[in-house]
Ligand binder design. Structure first.
Ligand code: GDP
Length: 344
């Protein structure tokens, strides 16, 4: 790797999203030439300010093969990172066919193009912990996939498509990333929904936030850590799927408590549950069909083969998101996670 003659070229679908923007920054630092697919001009304005002059944006839609082929032919990439997708589970119940067309059809169009136009291109597919469905304990690469939502089924189909193309000789991997968050997370996802609401809390307003199932547990990591694993998966000798996770899960309730701690809103003598009740309320409309109760991943293989470890822990992640959304320095108990610039 390096600059000049040996510069590698990457094409990132979904470059304007959370993961796409962190990955673009990471690959540019490594000396890559980076192309990114966007659908609309407005997409480019979100998180790409800092790299706008350094990445080349191409217009394409994952559902439109002609636009994809024009973009692919322009980039002729060494590596594709397929991060575009319909990512919100509840939306997948409203728009199941569109979710499939983007999440499965989009990958199928890319793989077909790679095979015809540049079969040595290495492909990273954004697979998901949502593929596992409900099960007790840690999940790894061998755990059976039993999705419970159209989103989960779409990610499982795409993941399996990677397997069959791999058997045909294409270097394609599915990165099974557990939930990963940051100040750039979409506002509909629970972590960001909470930290956005905390901007009011930080300034003395007790606006009650409506949440769904607060007992649901997720293995939340920092997106900036997870994009390093995506890149590492395409540098191995043999293409393999990897789980990327912290190995720890926390409930939505615990996330709220941690946010309140960061803002020093839980007085020492107070009953934590009472304080939580002042800031959030349960709205049964937000409960989910096919809810996955607990997700926890075992990233042993990635730690061993890719030398990957997450640098930001749960407390560090919450603090980073709260500070970014409130503009207030965290006052609560000292977090264990290291300080990372949020760059939102
Ligand atoms: P997901 O794991 O990809 O579905 O990520 P989300 O951030 O959307 O949801 C994580 C968990 O939080 C799920 O178990 C949801 O049921 C739960 N949850 C509880 N209340 C809410 C809410 O108000 N919004 C969202 N998005 N999730 C919620």
């Amino acid at each position: 790797m390096g600059k000049g003659l040996f510069m590698k070229t990457a094409l990132i679908t979904g470059i304007s999203g959370q993961d796409g923007s962190y990955l673009a920054e990471y690959l540019l630092d490594l000396g890559y030439k980076v192309y990114g697919l966007v659908r609309r001009e407005t997409d480019t304005m979100r998180f790409l300010h800092s790299v706008q002059d350094k990445v080349e944006l191409l217009y394409a839609d994952m559902r439109d093969p002609v636009s994809l082929e024009v973009a692919f032919t322009k980039a002729m990439p060494d590596e594709i990172y397929n991060l575009a997708g319909q990512v919100f589970v509840p939306t997948s119940w409203h728009l199941p066919a569109e979710t499939f067309d983007i999440n499965v059809g989009g990958l199928a169009r890319l793989l077909n193009m790679v095979e015809r136009l540049k079969p040595e291109t290495r492909v990273y597919q954004a697979s998901s912990s949502e593929m596992y469905g409900n099960l007790n304990g840690l999940r790894n690469e061998e755990t059976p996939l039993r999705p419970t939502s159209p989103y989960g089924v779409s990610k499982t189909a795409a993941h399996n498509l990677c397997g069959v193309y791999r058997a045909r000789g294409i270097f394609v991997v599915g990165g099974i990333l557990f939930n990963h968050e940051s100040p750039r997370r979409g506002p509909e996802m629970v972590t960001r929904k909470i930290t956005l609401a905390s901007a009011d809390w930080a300034h003395g307003k007790k606006n009650k936030l409506k949440l769904g199932n607060m007992q649901a547990r997720r293995d939340w990591g920092f997106a900036g850590d997870y994009v390093r694993a995506m890149h590492a998966m395409l540098q191995t000798e043999k293409p393999l799927d990897y789980v990327i996770a912290t190995g720890e899960s926390h409930s939505v309730y615990e996330f709220v408590v941690e946010v309140l701690h960061c803002l020093d809103l839980i007085p020492p003598q107070a009953e934590v549950a009472d304080v939580v009740n002042e800031y959030v309320e349960v709205d049964p409309k937000l409960f989910r069909t096919g809810e996955i109760h607990d997700l926890r991943g075992d990233a042993t293989l990635a730690r061993r083969d890719l030398n990957w470890t997450p640098e930001v822990d749960f407390e560090g992640l919450v603090r980073m998101m709260v500070e970014s959304d409130t503009g207030v320095a965290s006052k609560g108990r000292p977090a264990k996670g290291q300080v990372v610039k949020s760059g939102a």
